[in-house]
Ligand binder design. Structure first.
Ligand SMILES: Cc1ncc(C[n+]2csc(CCOP(=O)(O)OP(=O)(O)O)c2C)c(N)n1
Ligand SMILES: [Mg+2]
Length: 967
């Protein structure tokens, strides 16, 4: 352990004890945190209760349909109870205190005193006004430049709608969340120059205009580039535009995390926070001063990925993570929960999952009203008003709010009788109040042991005027009318004249106050103090020099008399690499509960499974050599049955070279069927984020995983992989190919001139005889996608060529034997290691030829490889024909493909291969058909072969002899 703080992540292992998580944690917290007096009450609700009781205020925790916000009718008695609780705690410790509290709750239940579960609280701010810390900034200056950012963000989108461009954008999302970001930028988010390495910030995709607008004021993006929003190639040349959303690949020195596919941001943020702990605990980097912030939409929280990992984050105790949910109560089409209350729902959800929840619902204008609300009538109204109504209020005016909100109860009507309609209108939502937001962020940053979610109540389209605020269509409104512009200009107090706006309503000017203005000085100073501009991404990475010679040697010699599956070969390759001084400790196996399947359980005792709490139990197999070993310094990320989370881990680990300047090598291994088709969108985002590393589709192939059937039998993942431009997919047949592919991958991804790609390698569980690497074989063919593995036998009448990949290789080799022995055909066997890389190179050649007609571009590698090949071609693999079809255009001659189109099923391997016609006999017939088509022999010969081998009869397939392998 390199850092001193290891043992005290969980001061009390309260989180793992299971009994009433929220209750126990809060009580532990109250006793352990010494809360400075000016912060009293912020850390958790129990301390709020204590402070409140002492000063004669209301208790303001809990409530779920049960009377709440109770006044303290006997403060002295309350104090006595609380003092005796404190004394008990001092004398007997938290364990005893917890016991007594639970007994009291039990007794209250018996006596029918309703105590709701600690899941939701009143619809008021979690942090009481008296516990808000002092706001350290200059609110007035911050407000001024925030208005400039608001203006420029909206104007940028508006200008992108100019005639001839019309590319759209979003205005209302940032308008609702400007303050949430600005409090972060001015007071919390640490930049890359900060000594701790800086924070990781996931920005809501549709809020990007505001982030660009801030960068514009900061001088990082000029006006011309602002006008290139959503015109990345056509505006002002390459790089002269701006991507629509956070896309690191498209703006690599700026955006760090892609977020716009809703749900991936929250998931990836959780795994980023866990990975930050992992790096720390393994002594690779001190990440104790790095916080992960994720800005999310309330509509986005409906995605299962947004919520699916909440309890994981809590169990992991990710107090380095804060979610800020922008609760503008709207999504794209309309209200998120018109009839309900999304903030309350999310509070219950997150609290139940074990998070620290801070609600920021009301702005400071409400403080006095809430203070005067002695009988709780106002809070009752707040609790019972559905979100749909809150939205409608803000699309109207003060008189409407008075009538439809306050006047519903005579007591609240009375409460606001001295307020004008304008003052009522000015009662703001908490998510627009700097001070309230600051208090929430400050509290989140000091909270220990749990992740925090801040639920901030905002208005969609805030400050954009009547046509935007709270309107159902606001999400997709991209233009302001001249009147809208003028009103917006007035409300943001931007010094731009009517004439300037009228001159060309398509192009209202941006506003920049000048570098010497107090606003700019202040803004820049804040960022300097906090460690530099954000977002920003590091583009240079450390070079890793791996010694791969032993891995190459181990695979080059073949398997002798033994049969070995490529999965085992892969494990062997990495076993060697894990010993390497430079990269060994940087390899991060990511395994969703399949280690035994893939023969990696031998890594458990040596590498150990990472668990922040170590291993607090005696493992049932502790006595065995291959014991299940968990450790806080463990190297393996064992994610449970959880491909989504594993993919998020892959993205975090695979981008460590940029986020932490510590290149790490993820080795994520999964059932190939549960990779691209299940988590394809996450792999797409990982490609955007420029993740590097290895993903391994194991138990691959449609006919190979005998017996497992339809849902397991993968006959298409290489095709799906080929659709992701960041993925280099290989389907090796042999161990030595695998060795070279991994070796090349390490150089391409972690060497001197690293590429932003990741490798997908399909491996099988069918044991086969692994040949030694052929003498003198040049490995470049392996990595380019194909090479001649076995020359056709000489002196045969008819030449032909079989292209084959992966586990179908033994059938192809057997087919060439049959062809030679029985049909006088000499077939070359080409090992195709990557159909998609061959195709991509062909597409490259096509494109060059198209763009410069008449010239001779470098031909496709495959065309070159086959330049001297005589006879027709047959392509086959354990995947659907579409995989083999990718290379058709680059083969100089007749080309027939065989594949496993259709659903898989459970049967023996030979039966399945006969069914799909990818077995040796079917390959023979295909070659004969191709020869007949080319006129070399008569079609009756092919017919004869088809009859002889009964290739249409599954019952005639040979018996299974191969070992089922690990499955
Ligand atoms: C996976 C996915 N589905 C759909 C969309 C389209 N989409 C973009 S924004 C949006 C509404 C977002 O609402 P919310 O999360 O509440 O954010 P707000 O703009 O209100 O802050 C939708 C449906 C998307 N980007 N990603
Ligand atoms: Mg929303």
């Amino acid at each position: 352990m390199s850092y001193a703080m290891q043992s005290d992540h969980h001061p009390e292992s309260g989180l793992s004890e299971g009994v009433g998580i929220t209750v126990t944690d809060q009580m532990d917290q109250a006793t352990q945190d010494t809360i400075p007096s000016e912060h009293a009450g912020q850390a958790d609700s129990s301390s709020n209760g204590r402070a409140a009781g002492r000063s004669g205020h209301r208790v303001r925790v809990i409530r779920e349909g049960v009377a709440s916000y109770l006044p303290d009718i006997d403060p002295d008695e309350t104090t006595e109870w609380l003092d005796s609780f404190d004394a008990l705690l001092d004398a007997a410790g938290p364990g005893r205190a917890r016991y007594l509290m639970l007994r009291l709750l039990e007794r209250a239940g018996e006596k029918r005193v309703s105590i709701p579960a600690l899941t939701s609280t009143d619809y008021v701010n979690t942090i009481p006004t008296e516990a808000e810390p002092w706001f350290p900034g200059d609110e007035e200056v911050e407000r001024r430049f925030r208005q400039m950012i608001r203006w420029n963000a909206a104007i940028m989108v508006h200008r992108a709608q100019r005639p001839g461009v019309g590319v759209g954008g979003h205005i209302s999302t940032y308008a609702s969340s400007a303050s949430l970001y600005e409090v972060g930028f001015n007071h919390f988010f640490r930049g890359k120059n900060h000594s701790g390495g800086g924070d990781h910030i996931f920005i809501q995709g549709h809020a990007s205009p505001g982030i660009y607008a801030r960068a514009y004021l900061e001088g990082r993006i000029d006006e011309a580039r602002m006008d290139g929003f959503r015109q990345e190639h056509s505006h002002a040349g390459e790089g002269g535009g701006l991507p629509s959303y956070p896309h690191p690949r498209l703006m690599p020195d700026f955006w760090e995390f892609p977020t716009v596919s809703m749900g991936l941001g929250p998931m990836n943020a959780i795994y980023q926070a866990r990975f930050n702990h992992y790096l720390h605990d393994r002594g690779i980097k001190d990440t104790s001063d790095q916080h992960v912030w994720a800005f999310l939409g309330d509509g986005e929280m409906d995605e299962p990925e947004s919520r699916g990992f909440a309890s994981f984050a809590a169990t992991e105790g990710l107090d380095n993570l804060t979610f800020v949910v922008n609760c503008n109560l709207q999504r794209l089409d309309g209200p998120v929960r018109g009839n309900g209350k999304i903030i309350q729902e999310l509070e219950s959800f997150f609290r139940g999952a074990g998070w620290n929840v801070i609600k920021v619902i009301w702005g400071r204008e409400w403080d006095a009203l809430l203070h005067a609300d002695r009988d709780g009538a106002l809070v009752n109204l707040m609790n019972t008003t559905p979100d749909g109504d809150y939205q409608t209020y803000k699309a109207n005016d003060g008189a409407f709010v008075r009538e439809h909100f306050f006047n519903r109860d005579p007591r609240t009507k009375e409460l606001v009788k001295d307020l004008s309609d304008a003052e009522i209108w000015n009662l703001k939502r908490g998510g627009h109040d700097y001070r309230k937001i600051h208090a929430a962020y400050a509290s989140a940053m000091t909270h220990k042991g749990q992740p925090t979610v801040i639920l901030a109540h905002t208005i969609k389209g805030y400050t954009l005027g009547k046509h935007f605020e709270g309107r159902n269509a606001t999400h997709q409104m991209k233009k302001l009318t001249l009147d809208d512009l003028k009103a917006f200009r007035d409300s943001t107090r931007i010094p731009i004249s009517d004439e300037q706006l009228e001159k060309d309503p398509y192009l209202p000017p941006y506003y920049h106050p000048g570098e010497d203005s107090p606003e700019l000085q202040y803004m820049l100073d804040r960022r300097k103090t906090l460690g530099g501009f954000l977002p920003s991404r590091r583009t240079k990475s450390k070079v890793l020099k791996a010694d791969t010679s032993s891995a190459l040697k181990a695979t080059a010699k073949g398997s002798g008399k033994q049969q070995v599956a490529t999965t085992m070969a892969l494990v062997r390759v990495f076993k060697e690499l894990l010993r390497d001084k430079e990269i060994g400790k940087r390899i991060v196996p990511i395994i969703p509960d399949e280690a035994r399947t893939f023969g990696m359980d031998s890594w458990f005792p040596t590498l150990k499974i990472y668990n922040r709490n170590g291993q607090l139990y005696t493992s049932v197999d502790a006595e065995l050599m291959l014991a299940y070993k968990e450790s806080s310094e463990g190297q393996i990320l064992h994610e449970g049955i959880n491909e989504a989370g594993s993919t998020a881990s892959f993205a975090a680990v695979g981008t460590s070279y940029a986020t932490h300047h510590e290149p790490m090598i993820p080795l994520y291994i999964f059932y190939s069927m549960f990779g691209f088709q299940r988590t394809g969108d996450s792999f797409w985002a990982a490609g955007d984020q420029m993740a590097r590393g290895f993903i391994i589709g194991a138990t691959a192939g449609r006919t190979t995983l005998t017996g497992e059937g339809l849902q397991h039998a993968d006959g298409h993942s290489p095709l799906l992989a080929a659709t992701n431009p960041a993925v280099i997919a290989y389907d090796p047949a042999f161990a030595y190919e695998l060795g070279h592919i991994v070796d090349d991958g390490l150089t391409r991804m972690y060497g001197e001139d690293p590429e932003n790609v990741f490798y997908y390698i399909t491996v099988y569980n069918e044991p086969i005889s692994q040949p030694a690497k052929p003498e003198g074989l040049d490995a470049t063919g392996i990595v380019k996608g194909g090479y001649l593995f076995q020359k056709a036998p000489e002196n045969k009448k008819y030449p032909a060529n079989i292209l084959v990949s992966g586990v179908t290789m033994p059938d192809a080799l057997r087919a060439s034997e049959l062809l030679a022995e029985e049909w006088n055909v000499g077939a070359n066997v080409y090992s195709v290691t990557s159909w998609s890389e061959l195709a991509r190179d062909g597409i490259r050649a096509d494109r060059e030829a198209l763009r410069d007609p008449g010239t001779e571009p470098a031909p496709a590698y495959l065309t070159e490889l086959m330049a001297d090949a005589a006879g027709p071609f047959v392509g086959v693999s354990d995947y659907m024909r579409g995989v083999q079809e990718q290379v058709r255009a680059y083969l100089p001659g007749t080309y027939l493909t065989l594949g496993t189109d259709g659903f898989g099923f459970s049967d023996t391997r030979p039966a399945a291969r006969r069914f799909f016609n990818v077995d040796a006999e079917s390959i023979v017939v295909a070659v004969l058909v191709a020869l007949a088509r080319d006129g070399h022999l008569d079609m009756s010969v092919a017919k004869q072969a088809a009859d002889k081998y009964k290739i249409d009869d599954v019952a005639a397939a040979p018996e299974q002899t191969s070992d089922p392998g690990v499955a």
